[in-house]
Design a protein around this ligand. Sequence first.
Ligand code: NDP
Length: 332
Amino acid sequence: MASVPATMKGVIIEKNGGTEVLQYKTDLPVPKPQDGQILVKNDFLGINFIDTYFRSGLYPPPSFPYTLGREASGTIASLGSSNTLDFAEGDKVVWMDVGAYAEYSAVPAAKAIKLPSSIDPKIGAAALLQGLTALTLVREAYPVKKGDWILVHAAAGGTGLWLVQLLKSIGANTIGTASTPEKIELAKKAGATHMLNSSSEDIKAKVLELTSGQGVAAVFDGVGKATFDVSLDSIARKGSMISFGNASGAVPPVTIARLSPKNLRLMRPQLFGFVSTREELEYYAKDLFGFIEKGGLDVRVHEVYPLSEVARAHNDLEGRKTTGKLLLDPSK
Ligand code: NDP
């Protein structure tokens, strides 16, 4: 194992705001792994929409300076003094925690998983957080059954493409939405049964038409503010509204009585509520790796951006210019 340097490249924010608050540095101190932690030399960093929430202040960071980023793949460079599970220096891992936008991250061993040698580190970083989100949504938030009609917003996005592919494997009928013909084509190829153009079509009317006036059994809605009402209107009696994100802004407070005319369930899940224990993380990661190793599942990488161009990546994601996963290369 190469020796660990004293300083590294990384991105910090010292206040909330637009992409101008992202500061690329080349002289940040390399963290020291504490008890129970491993030091990972990151290969690829996954960008997730949540990174933009912590940057903008929609979700306030606990303190400043703050390092964004929730997941990465990499190699273990060193171990904390104890409680590092069965990890060893040189192991290839993927991990989900905080502080990923850097060349090195000290993360709790319990938040890392060994990456099978059959999976490329680029694919590992691209798949982890969004793949696990989609898996837990279709298994636990609303356990999807063969033949169910399901509505997925932003179906060509990172999480959306995972949802579409998993729903196809279950045998559900997926109605997806996306804002451009190119995105619509991509989600169709990934397995959406029907795609609707969210820029030009009446989503509620089309959903009711496709479902013989019944509506869908569940909506997986990561768009939030802009789609909440149309999502509720598109659900069948006794259906489930799974509101799992805020890409268009936070959903305003909801009057609970709105659920009663159709006996709807409303859930606002977060991934870390489903993979909270070590057992849960290992269970779902094993399934995720299994899906990838079996093949037939496309882990689409939109672009690997140099870490120094993180602002361009955030602008592209928030500007709805991307499909699939955005990654950062921490060495550039
Ligand atoms: P995506 O790759 O899906 O990008 C977001 C997409 O949302 C855009 O491409 C765009 O697709 C659509 N969109 C609609 N309106 C807007 C808007 N006003 N601004 C920006 N985008 C918009 O991102 P992710 O896969 O990273 O995340 C998708 C959602 O899932 C986010 O809300 C995220 O927070 C949530 N999420 C939640 C998790 C949880 O644990 N609860 C875990 C992971 C993700 P189009 O142009 O086709 O409409």
